[in-house]
Design a protein around this ligand. Structure first.
Ligand code: ZN
Length: 397
């Protein structure tokens, strides 16, 4: 049976035609030649057990802390609490845990995007922003649960104004809202306008990797990721296409030119040409790089040009959380060190994730070695401008 047939049958096995031969020629006593291993390889190595190690001999320049103090614009320190009142959040990472990592890695400020609303929001602001001035910033989220109520438009705008009075510095908008509402639905117009009037940037997550919209078959480059999380696939479901979602977001940015939008995950990291067109057309558009160094880092020349062209519109972010379902963005020292290495060095072919196996696909990344002025903008200045912080991190509280 050839490899294609194996995959078509949905078997998570790599057929090693020469498996027997491979173990026969390996010297006795070499690692991985135990009887069990040998038997397994003869029978075919399961894809999930396959962990190839690169044999390239390359210089490596690990980066312990970022060269300049930075703002992580995209984290999830708190998350919505499904068991609590509407708008309630619970702490997924403690402020103390955050501060220890921040100290070690030269992170000045973390933005907690998922701060909820109402009482939940005030609690997050109290424990993060008020307790540790300058170190944390909290965003609010729309009250999706009320979106079908009469008078929602005005109510939502008022909730944003009240969140602003409580200290929220921006708004986070998620694409999936239970009952799907188009992002350019007119009932959100008052909210976008309120955000603009209050200088609250809107962090907006719309699209997902293109592979999530395609069949989960042998051609799908995220087969392993989707195999582990079949519910992440939009294929065959009643869901707008990736492009339709992107275009809806563009209509929002066009209609609300006073409002600043930060399109999360590089807006569409797999298609930098399209993102460039969007940035050219919409001066109120910005992007973060959260959870997309696996995409940027495997197109290092295109990515480097992109950073050159849009150096005033890109902000640093990781999407760090404590969620075990997304090991590629697990909050901790190692996560940040990989981002720093990607941005600051020209190292070649290294892992994009601290996870033991590449969670999103079997490839490695290349550093883009940003020059100091661009690094300062991406690490601090661009986000500081959006958040109303001083241009110099040393002057921030
Ligand atoms: Zn996120």
């Amino acid at each position: 049976m050839n490899r294609r047939k194996f995959m078509a049958l949905g078997v998570t096995t790599l057929g090693f035609g020469a498996g027997k031969m491979a173990s026969a020629v390996r010297p006795a006593g070499a690692p991985g030649t135990g009887n069990d291993d040998r038997a397994q390889e003869s029978a075919g190595l399961p894809l999930e057990a396959y962990e190839p190690k690169s044999m390239l001999h390359l210089p490596s320049h690990p980066v312990s802390g970022s060269r300049f103090p930075l703002i992580d614009f995209h984290t999830h320190i708190t998350e919505g609490d499904a068991h609590g009142a509407p708008g309630a959040v619970r702490f997924e990472i403690s402020p103390e845990t955050c501060l220890a990592v921040m100290e070690r890695r030269n992170i000045k400020t973390m933005v907690d995007l998922t701060g909820g609303y109402g009482e939940g929001l005030r609690d997050a602001i109290h424990k993060l922003q008020d307790a540790h001035p300058g170190r944390f910033i909290v965003f609010t989220e729309p009250a999706w649960d009320k979106a079908s109520d009469p008078g929602y438009s005005r109510l939502q705008a008022e909730l944003i104004e009240s969140a602003h009075r409580s200290g929220a510095k921006g708004i986070k908008v998620l694409k999936g809202t239970g009952k799907l509402i188009a992002i350019d639905d007119p009932r959100f117009d008052e909210m976008w306008e309120a955000a603009g009037a209050l200088n609250m940037p809107v962090a907006i997550h719309i699209s997902d990797p293109e592979a999530f919209f395609l069949p989960i078959d042998r051609f799908n480059e995220r087969w392993e990721e989707l195999h582990a999380h079949p519910d992440w696939s939009f294929h065959g479901r009643d869901f707008p296409s990736n492009l339709a979602l992107q275009e809806a977001r563009r209509r929002v940015m066009r209609r609300h030119p006073r409002t600043q939008f930060v399109c999360l995950h590089v807006a569409n990291a797999e298609n930098l040409k399209y993102v460039s067109e969007c940035l050219d057309e919409h001066p109120n558009m910005h992007v973060d790089i959260a959870a997309r160094i696996a995409e940027l880092g495997r197109q290092p020349r295109a990515a480097r040009k992109f950073f050159d062209s849009y150096q005033d519109r890109i902000v640093f972010g990781t999407d760090a959380s404590s969620n075990a379902n997304t090991p590629q963005q697990l909050f901790g020292d190692k996560l940040y060190q990989i981002y720093f290495r990607f941005l600051e060095t020209e190292d070649e072919y290294f892992d994009y994730t601290p996870a033991q196996k590449p969670a999103q696909g079997r490839w490695c990344i290349y550093g883009i070695g940003l020059p100091e002025p661009i690094l300062r903008k991406v690490y601090w200045e661009n986000a500081a401008r959006l958040l109303g912080l001083p241009a110099n991190p040393g002057a921030a509280a």
